[in-house]
Design a protein. Structure first.
Length: 228
């Protein structure tokens, strides 16, 4: 796009120079122009009463470029829906629609606790594919460091279910079967997290809740579901 705009500007300048030689100035070398000792002082603009069209043409080109830039920003998110935050580990507040777009863009389910009134959805994506959805009460900013909020993490991995079964055999672990051969694992004492997965599923889900036992209750009640 920059080459097209530059071609337009060059054509306009050549046309103006042919029509009014007084407007001709030596061309600068290509690259970023920086003021020299000769050009650093402010110049008094010359007013060409008989040639008003050149500023209008340049203004029109500038406006066209600005409109194109705005249009690109709008179209890049498919009709006005904000885009998906990048996988850079930085938390961001998102809408349900953005979560749905993310779930449709990856090759595994993305789990959450469903829509909840009075809460914002904080999304964090890592560069290894982990997805965290955290429920923040209205007024709490993204990135709040407190471990006081319900969080659902989806962790992709080839051996996720095998790893989950291995964890279930550790001392102090409790395992409970789920529908479709699934398995949920949590600690017997002061369990703030519960982990579950399914045979053949290349992902594992962690649910964290600050109240002990709340995470496993959410899983067993079927509250933790894929974003659809």
């Amino acid at each position: 796009m920059n080459q097209d705009v530059q071609s337009i500007l060059d054509g306009v300048e050549r046309a103006a120079n042919r029509l009014d030689p007084a407007c001709h100035e030596p061309k600068r070398a290509p690259g970023i122009w920086r003021p020299t000792a000769e050009t650093a002082a402010p110049r008094v603009p010359e007013i060409h009463w008989r040639r008003p069209y050149l500023p209008l043409v340049l203004l029109g080109v500038a406006l066209a470029a600005a409109v194109a830039a705005v249009a690109w920003l709008l179209l890049r998110s498919d009709g006005g829906t904000p885009g998906i935050p990048p996988a850079d580990g930085v938390p961001a507040l998102v809408s349900q629609a953005q979560l749905q777009r993310l779930a449709a863009s990856v090759d595994h389910p993305v789990y959450w606790a469903g829509p909840r009134q009075g809460f914002s959805y904080e999304l964090t994506r890592t560069n290894i594919g982990r997805v965290f959805v955290r429920y923040l009460p209205d007024g709490v900013a993204a990135g709040d460091a407190r471990a006081d909020f319900l969080t659902v993490g989806t962790y992709p991995g080839e051996r996720s279910f095998a790893d989950l079964k291995r964890a279930a055999n550790r001392e102090g672990a409790v395992r409970v079967g789920l529908d479709q051969g699934g398995l949920v694992v949590f600690a017997a004492q002061r369990a703030q997290s519960a982990y579950f997965g399914y045979p053949g599923g290349k992902y594992q889900v962690e649910v964290f809740a600050p109240s002990s036992g709340a995470a496993r209750k959410l899983v067993l009640a079927g509250t933790i579901v894929p974003v659809t």
